[in-house]
Design a protein around this ligand. Structure first.
Ligand code: UDP
Length: 335
């Protein structure tokens, strides 16, 4: 059975991708330093604890497991932390990616799928955003991911490596079987925070900015189901097998939903009100961010089947409700 290295495989999207690989008959070898990932997410293949900046260790793992490709998720991702600690972000996200590339060179691994982000685009000049949109990141997180993409591009051209950069919009939802889900600490993302408020844990949620130039005054985002993201990584590996050399693809549903619409969906799914208060705008938030996913559809067959808002919220709610002991409508008595 083929083996693929999954850096950051103990994290949110990485763990879902590891599960998708295992389901697809590929052994996911998780490489993670457990700085933010969770040991309980590592259950689909072997685990190698280590830091991506440790090139010899990374190369050793690639060789001992005879991996044929790398899915590179390991990164620092909290936007606010990047503003406070740019050097740490550059080190982990840029130098870390360079180290992954160098380990691939040492080990002769020729295929890479990189976990990138819509943050590489910065403030949208138009929406929906396609891949021709200029890349002018407006925060350190986006800068580091953009720089990592550049390094991958240059390295790939020089060393005959094939790659796909997947630019996620708003990753959300949870595993369809409820095995894995979003567990950031502290949690900053909208859907888990809204569910927390609905469950009565930690008081009302803050809705950042009620006066944007959008239909209901709250920000509009493109939420994409983590299951669909995971599937796109397998499709990217297949595209590389099929001869793709250098791709960057947006992964989004192509639909925008406001924060208020998300809160409505959480109320519908949980059958509970979501207590919230309007708070000042959050630094760096743009009013509207939506993807044009048509290139991903053509290049990867990406359809975003599970990315309807209510399906995303339902799967996230199931995951969190099980951990919090919160009953959901229609689930009473289920074993
Ligand atoms: N948001 C909010 N309250 C929260 C978390 C997020 O109002 O507790 C808003 C945020 O301002 C943005 C949207 O929800 O407009 C999505 O934010 P999230 O942090 O989930 O993802 P991002 O768009 O920052 O990647």
């Amino acid at each position: 059975m083929a083996s693929v290295l999954v850096t950051g495989g103990a994290g949110y999207v990485g763990a879902h991708a590891a599960k998708a690989l295992a389901r697809g008959g590929i052994t996911p070898v998780v490489f993670d330093n457990l700085s933010t990932g969770h040991r309980h997410n590592i259950r689909f293949g072997p685990f190698e604890e280590g830091d991506i900046r440790d090139t010899p260790r990374l190369a050793g793992v690639m060789q001992s497991h005879a991996v044929t490709a790398v899915l590179h998720f390991a990164a620092s991702i909290e936007v606010a932390n990047g503003e406070q600690s740019p050097a740490a972000f550059q080190d982990n996200n840029v130098a870390g990616t360079q180290s992954v590339l160098e380990a691939m060179r040492i080990s002769g691994v020729k295929q890479l799928v990189f976990s990138s982000t819509a943050a590489v685009y910065g403030a949208p000049k138009y929406t929906p955003i396609d891949e021709r949109h200029p890349c002018n990141p407006v925060n350190v997180y986006g800068e580091t991911k953009r720089e990592a993409e550049r390094r991958i591009h240059d390295f790939a051209a020089a060393h005959g490596v094939q790659y796909v950069c997947l630019r996620y919009f708003n990753a959300a939802g949870a595993d369809l079987d409820g095995e894995i889900g979003e567990e950031h600490e502290p949690e900053t993302h909208l859907i888990p925070n809204a569910l927390k408020a609905a469950a009565g844990r930690g008081g009302p949620m803050k809705l950042y900015g009620g006066d944007y130039d959008t239909p209901d005054g709250s920000c509009v985002r493109d939420y994409v189901h983590v299951h669909d993201l995971a599937a796109a990584h397998l499709a990217a590996l297949a595209a590389l097998e099929g001869g793709a050399r250098a791709l960057a693809c947006n992964l989004g549903s192509g639909r925008g939903h406001s924060v208020r619409e998300v809160l409505d969906a959480v109320e519908t799914v949980t059958g509970r009100p979501v207590p919230f208060e309007i708070a000042p705008r959050r630094a760096g938030d743009v009013p509207v961010l939506t993807a044009d996913p048509s290139f991903a559809r053509r290049a990867l067959g990406f359809t975003g089947t599970h990315s309807a808002l209510e399906a995303i919220v339902r799967d996230a709610a199931r995951f969190h409700a099980a951990r919090w002991g919160m009953a959901l409508p229609g689930e009473a008595g289920r074993s």
